[in-house]
Design a binder for this molecule. Structure first.
Ligand code: HEC
Length: 115
């Protein structure tokens, strides 16, 4: 098994055992790397092109809905399945759900994986 898979497994085990499953994964960094080119670093998006994630109803709603957008993709937005693993998706989801004016309960890597 490649070393990266072993590291990934370690991350999953930590996600199952620890009280802070996402420690070590930087959701903000993941957002800047994967989402900000469209949704913008300040979460305001670009009017009529990319929806704002700040104050967004879907983002504020259920973490599972946000996870489904990332897994399936939506309209012009690509799917991140394969590009981000469940722990990374959870980290970036938890970032956008609590960045700017947003405040939402966290999702776990296991919940994302189950979808
Ligand atoms: C290539 C540009 C692009 C990238 C990169 C991108 N998105 Fe999107 N995103 C969009 C577009 C366009 C939509 C609106 C799709 C539609 O409704 O037709 C959207 C919609 C969404 C929605 C749903 C918003 C709503 O109002 O229903 C969420 C949540 C979201 N994106 C989160 C993210 C996250 C998190 C990332 C990074 C992991 C990301 N997006 C990366 C373009 C992008």
């Amino acid at each position: 098994m490649p070393r990266s898979c072993l590291l990934l497994n370690a991350a999953f085990l930590a996600a199952c055992a620890g009280p802070d499953p996402l420690a070590g994964l930087d959701g903000q960094r993941l957002f800047f790397d994967n989402c900000a080119e469209c949704h913008q670093a300040d979460g305001q998006g670009i009017p009529n092109v990319y929806p704002a994630l700040d104050g967004n109803e879907t983002v504020a709603g259920s973490g599972a809905d946000v996870a489904l957008v990332l897994i399936i993709g939506r309209g012009e937005m690509p799917s991140f399945r394969g590009a981000l693993d469940p722990a990374e998706m959870a980290a970036v989801i938890n970032y956008v759900r609590n960045a700017w004016s947003n405040s939402g309960a966290p999702v776990s890597a296991a919940e994302v994986d189950a979808l």
